[in-house]
Design a binder for this molecule. Structure first.
Ligand SMILES: Cc1cc2nc3c(=O)[nH]c(=O)nc-3n(C[C@H](O)[C@H](O)[C@H](O)COP(=O)(O)OP(=O)(O)OC[C@H]3O[C@@H](n4cnc5c(N)ncnc54)[C@H](O)[C@@H]3O)c2cc1C
Length: 309
């Protein structure tokens, strides 16, 4: 992606992803690997000894297998965001710095939104892409969207002794970390975290929760040192941890693309295209994302993914 000939500054690192699972999750992992290969992904299914020879520092005693995708990676989210923004502006989008505080409705149609500045914006279509705030925004339109803010810590830490460069390692207990510069970046997601707009940093969390988990998996982290902790908000879809993408049948000109539950950066390009297709063409053109629609929320039918954080 480039705007005015300038590539988006995403700092892409093809470091690979590695999902590791205990023996009782191997069948599930194998199913996922089969599916991913059928879709053209390069995935290596590694048994414990193969994991050990590829990542010698890893403790594999309690593992059943791992799925390694060497061509996956990570990038700078802020650079990606600005890349999208510049491209959108180049294509004619106008950004307004303000906050939606209310919606004006006809019985089955959204007419306008009111901004904190008092300005009123009328439109044919409205897209709720407000992340952790999307539940609040939905309620302005009379819609119940089960997306809540869930605090999540990210830590930058170093190992006490040398360790090989690691891919993005993820396990079923929600440990997730990867090499970053001279150290490592990641954490352990706490799904029981109290919901709310809380950005306070718990400086004991690394030592209490993350350190035991990384040191168990890689004993070289026994003497790990946490240098920095920051907090952000997951936009947690309480129904099933997957995004809600689509139209609301009661107010068909209100679209939702929210609730990515901590996976929204990697899904953003596809989700953006999908919602644009729905708004412009009235239906999906590239991939049918009907299963992620709001209908499942209304029906109370979760659409869960297995083997994801
Ligand atoms: C610690 C941490 C690690 C993560 N790691 C990953 C990862 O490795 N991979 C990955 O894919 N994702 C990751 N995520 C998740 C990812 O950051 C989110 O899923 C993604 O940013 C969601 O994008 P969004 O555009 O839906 O929402 P946001 O980026 O939150 O954007 C919502 C926007 O709506 C605006 N807004 C809110 N209310 C209003 C209002 N009333 N009026 C107008 N505007 C409003 C906000 O100001 C904001 O600009 C991580 C998140 C955290 C916190």
């Amino acid at each position: 992606m480039a705007s005015n000939g300038r590539p988006a500054p995403v700092d892409w690192v093809e470091g690979g992803y590695l999902f590791i699972v205990p023996p009782d999750n191997v069948a599930n992992l194998e199913r996922n690997v089969k599916r991913q290969r059928a879709e053209g992904c390069v995935v290596d299914l590694l048994m414990p000894q193969e994991l050990k020879s590829k990542f010698p520092s890893m403790n594999v005693d309690d593992l059943g297998a791992g799925a390694h995708t060497p061509h996956d990676g990570w990038c700078d989210p802020n650079g990606l965001l600005w890349g999208f923004r510049r491209k959108a502006v180049e294509l004619g989008a106008v950004y307004v710095k303000d906050r939606v505080v209310a919606a004006e409705m006809d019985p089955a149609k959204a007419r306008a939104v009111v901004l904190a500045s008092g300005e009123r914006v009328a439109a044919d279509a409205f897209v709720n892409a407000a992340g952790a705030w999307s539940g609040e925004v939905a309620s302005m339109f009379g819609m119940k969207l089960p997306v809540t803010p869930m605090r999540r810590f990210e830590h930058y830490f170093t190992a006490g002794s040398p360790i090989e460069r690691l891919p993005y390692v993820k396990d079923v207990a929600r440990l997730a970390f990867r090499s970053e510069g001279k150290g490592f970046s990641g954490g352990v997601v706490d799904g029981n975290e109290r919901r709310g707009f809380n950005f306070e940093v718990d400086h004991d969390y690394f030592e209490r929760v993350v350190w035991p988990a990384v040191a168990h998996r890689f004993p070289a982290f026994e003497a790990a040192k946490c240098h920095r902790t920051w907090s952000g908000l997951y936009e947690q879809n309480e129904l099933d941890g997957n995004p809600v993408i689509g139209r609301w049948s009661r107010v068909p000109n209100l679209y939702t693309v929210a609730g990515f539950s901590g996976h929204g950066m990697m899904h953003a390009p596809a989700a953006g295209r999908a919602i644009a297709e729905l708004v412009v063409h009235g239906r999906y053109q590239t991939i049918d994302l009907g299963r992620l629609g709001y209908e499942r929320v209304e029906a109370g039918e979760p659409y869960r993914e297995e083997g994801i954080l």
